[in-house]
Design a protein around this ligand. Structure first.
Ligand SMILES: [Zn+2]
Length: 358
C-alpha cells in the first residue's frame, strides 16, 4: 500500500450478487478485471481496498414484471416518491443462497493467492498488510433463514460473520424501511419474536448485526436487545438528506453510545438531498455526510460503506479505484492522518474484535 491512501475496510458491497448474475462475468472477470460494475481485484488494489463486507443479497425471482432495484419509483406531486419492494419467498431465497455460496467457494478455491475469507480479526489484520483482498461474508435480508434459525450455525461455519435481518422489505424477522423521498424512517412495526431471537443468536454466535435497511422501531428493538456495539454498515445522515434509509442524529447518538459505528453510504440517492440518483453530485457531498457523523458521534464511530455494485455512484467515485479521491479530499479539508485511519480501518477492527470475539 502507498502512503497516499491508507488501506480501507469497506462496510458493504453487492459484488457477489452482481458478478454471479447473468450479466456479471463470474470469477475470471473479477480476478482479471473488467470494465463492468464497481469492484474487481485490479481496481480494488488500485483503490487501496484491503477488505470488505461482501453481501449475499437475493434479488426477486425474475418475472419480467418487477424491477429488481428501485429504479422506477412511483413519483407523485413535487417529486415525493416511495418504493416498496415485494417480499421474497423462502424457497427462492434458499435456492439462490446455495447457488451464490457455491460460486463463492469457486472464487475462494481458485484464487487463494488473491482473496481471503475473513473469519477473524487476525485475518482482517493480515489483509490490511498484504495483497490478498479480504472478504467478510454478509447476508443482506435473511429470507433464507427460517424463524427457528436452524440455518444460522451452518452459515456461520461456512464463514458468515455479519447479517442484516432485513433489506427494504418485510420478512419473518422484521420490516425493512421502504425507499422514500422525503421520508421519516419511522414506518412500520418493529422486530417480530423471531427477529428478536435472531439478534440474541447473532450476539451469542459472534455474527455482527447490521442496522442498515431496518425501520426505526426495528432499529430501537435491536438497540434494546443487543449487547454488542451497534453497526449500520451503509447509511447517510437524515439531517442532510431526508431519505428514508438515512439515520437521524438521535440514531447516530444511540450507535455512538453503544461503541459502534456507521459506514457512510456512497449511494447518490441517499446523499444528494434532492430525491434524485444522478452521478452529477460533487464528492464533497459525501464528505459533508461523513463530517456530520463526526460532529454527532466523534471520529471513533465512523467508517465507509460504499454499496458498490448495488447503487448509483457519483462521477468522482465511479468505482472502487476512485477511493483515493475521497481520502485526498478529506486531507484537503484538514483531516488528520489518525482520523483517516479510524475511518478507513481502525474503527472496524475495534468493533469486529468486540463482536466476533475472534
Ligand atoms: Zn443495502
Amino acid at each position: 500500500m502507498t502512503t497516499t491512501s491508507p488501506p480501507i475496510i469497506d462496510g458493504h458491497n453487492d459484488t457477489l450478487t452482481f458478478i454471479f448474475s447473468d450479466n456479471g462475468g463470474g470469477v475470471s472477470s473479477f480476478i482479471d478485471g473488467t470494465e463492468e460494475g464497481h469492484i474487481d481485484l485490479p481496481r480494488a488494489r488500485r483503490g487501496g481496498l484491503a477488505a470488505g463486507f461482501f453481501a449475499v443479497f437475493i434479488r426477486e425471482r425474475p418475472t419480467g414484471e418487477t424491477p429488481p432495484l428501485p429504479d422506477g419509483p412511483d413519483r407523485s406531486e413535487r417529486g415525493h416518491w416511495t418504493f416498496t419492494p415485494p417480499p421474497i419467498e423462502y424457497a427462492w431465497a434458499a435456492e439462490e443462497t446455495d447457488r451464490l455460496l457455491a460460486d463463492f467457494d469457486v472464487l475462494l478455491s481458485s484464487s487463494p493467492e488473491a482473496v481471503r475469507l475473513i473469519r477473524s480479526t487476525d485475518d482482517l489484520a493480515a489483509s490490511l498488510c498484504d495483497d490478498r483482498l479480504g472478504i467478510i461474508l454478509h447476508i443482506e435480508g435473511c429470507e433464507m433463514i427460517s424463524p427457528d434459525l436452524h440455518e444460522l450455525i451452518p452459515l456461520y461455519e461456512r464463514g458468515l460473520r455479519s447479517l442484516g435481518p432485513v433489506w427494504s422489505r418485510p420478512n419473518c424477522f422484521g420490516t425493512g424501511i421502504r425507499f422514500g423521498w422525503p421520508s421519516s424512517n419511522d414506518v412500520g412495526p418493529g422486530l417480530t419474536p423471531a427477529g428478536r431471537n435472531l439478534i440474541a443468536a447473532c450476539n451469542e454466535t459472534g455474527i455482527m448485526v447490521d442496522l442498515s435497511h431496518l425501520n426505526f422501531r426495528g432499529f430501537m428493538d435491536v438497540a434494546s436487545i443487543s449487547d454488542k456495539p451497534l453497526v449500520a454498515t451503509h447509511c447517510g445522515c437524515h439531517a442532510i438528506a431526508e431519505s428514508a434509509r438515512n439515520l437521524t442524529d438521535d440514531q447516530l447518538g444511540v450507535i455512538a453510545d453503544s461503541g459502534g459505528l456507521v459506514g457512510c453510504n456512497f449511494f447518490t440517492g441517499d446523499l444528494r438531498g434532492d430525491g434524485e440518483f444522478g452521478a452529477d453530485m460533487p464528492l464533497s457531498r459525501m464528505a459533508e455526510h461523513i463530517e456530520h457523523m463526526v460532529d454527532i458521534m466523534g471520529d471513533a464511530h465512523i467508517a465507509l460503506g460504499s454499496d458498490f455494485d448495488g447503487a448509483d455512484m457519483c462521477e468522482e467515485m465511479r468505482d472502487v479505484s476512485c477511493l483515493p479521491n475521497l481520502i485526498k479530499l478529506l486531507r484537503d479539508r484538514g483531516w488528520r492522518e489518525e482520523s483517516l485511519r479510524r475511518l478507513c480501518s481502525d474503527n472496524w477492527l475495534r468493533v469486529l474484535r468486540e463482536t466476533w470475539q475472534l
